[in-house]
Write a new protein. Structure first.
Ligand SMILES: [Zn+2]
Length: 411
């Protein structure tokens, strides 16, 4: 408990406020990366802190602390945040107007990225600094890895360029550890499971024609209408045929946008996007094939051309794979004990209602979980915020866990 007690609640709160005030909307992570690197470099608790570019102007940050006979640990997070247009519109003329203001209102920090995931990165930095404050060092190697390019949404970015470069050894040392914590917000629960996903963009091309001579056209919107019906039927069948996961719920697909028509003419083009939730045990290849064959069959029935593009490749060419570690995995069990020791409450083991980058680490045989303060359900919205009390408690928990997992010794 010595290291956990050495966490400075005021210092970690200030760290998150500073971090939030440095915008890092994908793909502009560099200034924040430099800041995070500096904060580690200036602390005696860290042995190294370095930037490694995965693309020009887009660095990852790697740090190390301690080492020896103890178990090793990787603490990872992403540097980027989603954009802020929604925020500025929603809060115009109020005290929350500035998305990078990081004001504390009623015990909560408000701002873009406070929870997703500047809190996670700052909790990591402070948890390691706590070893220095306690006059101790981790007895196993602690590595920190902060990557760029996790968040989707900005055209041309958000495809995991940062972590991909890292696991391929193109940006800093290839990650290697006995256990990993990736600090996506989890409301301080342990997320052992996560969904996989794929995004499909389907385009039908028919033939536009003057409205009064529809027999000269091929109606892509009519084909699209049939496609929508077939896709929703497919989703209903998935809910029935794929057994629900106890932490993640049901598999399904959601049509997220449709565009067609506009002129007083036979619509010659129909575009649709969908996201498919994929459970552990399901195959991305099979999910993609099902969608392709539904799209092709309807296209054939209606005489339209069809293309299907899987536009969000992550750790798989069609999307991101699902992932799960057992609740009795030693790292999970140790983190649960740290939560209980620090909070006096039993740890909650839950499933992530999102996809993030932990599967890249799994592929290097590094088992891991998500754990951090903050609630994903208000992230990516104008209501993103973080309770200061939760931040401090989660940072103490992380410090406690590092000391338990790696061990701590007097240097
Ligand atoms: Zn995130």
């Amino acid at each position: 408990m010595q290291v956990a007690s050495a966490v400075d609640g005021e210092a970690v709160t200030q760290l998150v406020r500073e971090a939030t005030r440095i915008p890092s909307v994908t793909p502009n992570e560099e200034e924040f990366a430099r800041w995070a690197c500096r904060r580690m470099a200036e602390s005696d608790a860290f042995d190294s802190a370095e930037l490694f570019e995965c693309e020009p102007g887009r660095p990852n940050v790697c740090g190390t602390a301690g080492g020896g006979a103890g178990r090793s640990l990787l603490l990872a997070g992403h540097l980027d945040t989603v954009a802020v247009e929604d925020w500025s519109q929603h809060w115009a003329g109020t005290d929350r107007e500035d998305p990078f203001g990081a004001h504390v209102i009623d015990g909560e920090l408000w701002g873009r990225g406070v929870a997703d995931q500047k809190a996670g990165i700052c909790a990591i930095i402070e948890a390691v600094r706590a070893f220095g404050r306690a006059g101790l060092r981790p007895a196993g190697r602690v590595s920190t890895l902060f990557v760029c390019d996790e968040e989707s949404g900005q055209p041309g970015s958000g495809v995991s360029a940062g972590i991909r470069a890292s696991v391929e050894g193109r940006a800093g040392p290839r990650p290697d550890a006995d256990f990993a914590i990736y600090t996506e917000p989890t409301t301080s629960a342990i997320y052992t499971a996560q969904m996989g996903f794929l995004i499909a963009d389907i385009c039908y091309t028919g033939v536009s024609a003057y409205f009064g001579r529809p027999e000269l056209g091929v109606d892509a919107l009519r084909a699209g209408h049939r496609l929508l019906d077939r896709l929703w039927e497919h989703s209903d069948r998935l809910r029935e045929s794929v057994p629900a996961h106890e932490l993640l719920g049901e598999a399904f697909l959601l049509v997220t946008s449709v565009t067609s028509g506009g002129n007083i003419a036979v619509p010659g083009r129909f575009e649709l996007s969908l996201i498919r939730k994929i459970l552990p045990g399901e195959s991305l290849d099979d999910a993609a094939t099902s969608i392709q064959s539904i799209a092709a069959k309807v296209a054939g029935e209606h005489g339209v051309e069809c293309t299907v593009d899987f536009s969000a490749p992550r750790d798989h060419r069609f999307g991101g794979t699902p992932d799960e570690v057992a609740a009795d995995q030693p790292g999970v069990a140790a983190l649960a004990r740290s939560i209980e020791a620090v909070t006096g409450e039993p740890a909650r083991i839950e499933g992530a209602p999102y996809w993030s980058e932990k599967p890249f680490l799994r592929d290097l045989a590094i088992p891991g979980v998500y754990f951090a303060p903050g609630d994903i359900s208000n992230c990516h919205t104008p209501f993103e915020r973080l309770a200061v009390d939760e931040l401090v408690t989660a940072t103490r928990t992380l410090a406690h866990f590092i000391a338990q997992w790696c061990g701590a010794h007097d240097p």
